[in-house]
Design a protein around this ligand. Structure first.
Ligand code: ZN
Ligand code: ZN
Length: 243
């Protein structure tokens, strides 16, 4: 199974990541990817990118080395109300809006149940994907949230990075994928690369999906075309912003 668009990657704009846009594009080409989304961390997390990073993304060419570049962000979900850390005026220009809970900037990290945060986020008109949501620490009602994601044309991410940096999430990632399969909800498989060499590396996530016979047609980033079609069907056009 090929995943030709990596929808979740970080550059040196997040200081705990280590490659430039140029290095990412060069490696993406080597790895045979058609496209990558540059989705640096939102400003609320310590060492996330400054809001200006997102406001000026159009400075990055739409194609480098034959690899298409999508503009994006990994928003921080801030609280149980599902607030996020970039303004709609910025988000409306981005091709891929990911949203995740990260403990250092999530006010309600001590709550037992995080369903309300995720329900709110999958109802946000400008969010596209909820990311690495399998953490046992931030558990939520998968059935309810995934049903709402379906209703609102949101995607659920299966994050390859979780298989080695968030190992406690692995059983939940499988559960989430099974529910997406059962309900016919689209997913994306991403590397969450923090250095260029990790781009296009999805082997653990793909092994798990294979194990549960996850249908390829529900993996919306299997190609740039498939992703674009999914986005267009929900009324969002890619590659609109730029010089
Ligand atoms: Zn994250
Ligand atoms: Zn990330």
């Amino acid at each position: 199974m090929n995943i030709l668009l990596d929808t979740h990657t970080h550059t040196i704009a997040s200081t705990h990541a280590y490659s430039t846009v140029m290095e990412m594009a060069a490696q993406a080409k080597k790895s045979g990817l058609e496209a990558i989304a540059i989705t640096d961390h939102g400003p609320a997390i310590p060492d996330g990118a400054h809001p200006w990073h997102f406001q000026n993304l159009k400075a990055v060419p739409r194609e480098i080395d034959g690899v298409k570049i999508l503009y994006g962000a990994e928003l921080n979900i801030l609280d149980l109300e599902g607030n996020v850390d970039l303004e709609d005026a910025v988000l409306k220009n981005l091709d891929v809006v990911n949203a995740s809970i990260h403990k250092p900037c999530y006010k309600d990290f001590e709550a037992e149940d995080h369903t309300s945060a995720y329900l709110k986020v999958v109802s946000h008109p400008l969010v596209d994907v909820i990311c690495h949501s399998g953490s046992p620490r931030f558990s939520y009602d998968y059935e309810r949230v995934i049903e709402m994601a379906k209703k609102n044309n949101k995607l659920i991410e299966i994050n390859n990075h979780s298989f080695y940096v968030r190992k406690a999430s692995i059983p939940n990632c499988k559960k989430i994928a099974e529910i997406c399969k059962e309900k016919g909800v689209g997913i994306v498989v991403s590397s969450d690369a923090h250095i260029a060499f990790e781009l296009g590396e999805y082997s653990d996530a793909l092994d798990m999906l294979k194990e549960i016979s996850f249908p390829e047609k529900l993996i919306m980033n299997r190609s740039l075309n498939a992703f674009e079609e999914f986005m267009n069907n929900k009324g969002k056009k890619l590659f609109q912003w730029g010089y």
